[in-house]
Design a protein around this ligand. Structure first.
Ligand SMILES: Cc1cc2nc3c(=O)[nH]c(=O)nc-3n(C[C@H](O)[C@H](O)[C@H](O)COP(=O)(O)OP(=O)(O)OC[C@H]3O[C@@H](n4cnc5c(N)ncnc54)[C@H](O)[C@@H]3O)c2cc1C
Length: 260
């Protein structure tokens, strides 16, 4: 028998399912960020997306004959001979009236199948994904919030900024290639690599190290390249003395490694 808190936790979870929906719009929001919009009546049952809710993009080899209907079960039935490549992406915006969902894809080159897909996808193509994941819920007991990441975390940080309690201070640091990659998200301190390669710089940790952070105990949400996450986490635990359970880093990608 489930306890009440377990039941409450589960009720916040949304059923995981496979979505096969048409791409209706593709936009370059910045030189290296593609916004892919999908729209379909089935998205009405994608319950209110929030904070860092993400999905697993399924990329099948070209020409794969997919079963109809394509569901989680029928996709698994194919696994013996065809498995999709999977990559994780965050829901940037969900409009439950228009049944539209936006995803922001960092275009980091054709070595990444998801990045290559997003650089070529056109309206009329289809997007297949599985999800959504549960969402991060900011702890209302925190004195203030620290959000940090690179451009892959822009969708999550933008959504978290809209969710954290309005009476609390929030600091958000996002590392991007340069000023052209900034997006209109209120409350973000943008950090520029200015020529330093993604995943091989100390821009994020240097900014947080130099920051005059508020008093009290924050909750820290951060996501990005693994070595940057480890560096920021080490600084926050070792130099700032924040408790481990208040610091939540997520590796979104690893330099030199495919997939996540
Ligand atoms: C929960 C979660 C949510 C995420 N949300 C988003 C999102 O909303 N938008 C988004 O763009 N990404 C997001 N990511 C990150 C994204 O899944 C990874 O960047 C993924 O590796 C991209 O897949 P790919 O096929 O393009 O490249 P891969 O095949 O995985 O990697 C190929 C090469 O590219 C490098 N690489 C991977 N990502 C980057 C990058 N961003 N910049 C530079 N080099 C890179 C790898 O190190 C590897 O050498 C998220 C990841 C997680 C875990």
């Amino acid at each position: 028998m489930s306890t009440q808190p377990e039941a409450r936790r589960r009720s916040r979870r949304q059923e995981t399912r496979l979505w096969r929906v048409p791409v209706t719009r593709v936009e370059r929001v910045t030189p290296h960020m593609a916004r892919v919009t999908v729209a379909h009546e089935s998205l009405a049952s994608l319950a209110g997306a929030s904070t860092d809710q993400n999905v697993m993009l399924y990329l099948y080899p070209e020409g794969t004959e997919l079963p109809e209907p394509l569901t989680l079960e029928s996709a698994r039935g194919l696994w013996a001979h065809t498995r999709p490549l999977t990559r994780t992406y965050t829901i940037r915006r969900h409009d439950p009236v228009a049944n539209e969902v936006d995803f922001d894809f960092v275009l980091h080159g054709d070595a990444g199948p998801a990045s290559a897909w997003a650089s070529r996808v056109q309206p009329g193509d289809e997007m297949i994904f599985v999800g959504p994941s549960p969402a991060y819920q900011p702890d209302p007991a925190a004195d203030w919030y620290l959000l940090a990441g690179d451009e892959t975390a822009i969708p999550a940080i933008a959504a978290i900024l809209a969710t954290v309690p309005q009476d609390k201070q929030v600091l958000a640091y996002i590392e991007v290639a340069d000023a052209a990659e900034e997006q209109p998200v209120d409350g973000v301190t943008w950090l520029h690599r200015d020529g330093a390669p993604a995943g091989q710089n100390t821009v994020l940790v240097d900014a947080i190290r130099a920051a005059d952070l508020p008093e009290g105990l924050p909750e820290v949400w951060m996501a990005g390249e693994r070595s940057a996450m480890l560096a920021v986490r080490a600084h926050l635990l070792d130099d700032r003395g924040y408790p481990r359970q208040r610091v939540r880093p997520t590796t979104y990608w690893r330099l030199g490694e495919s997939g996540n």
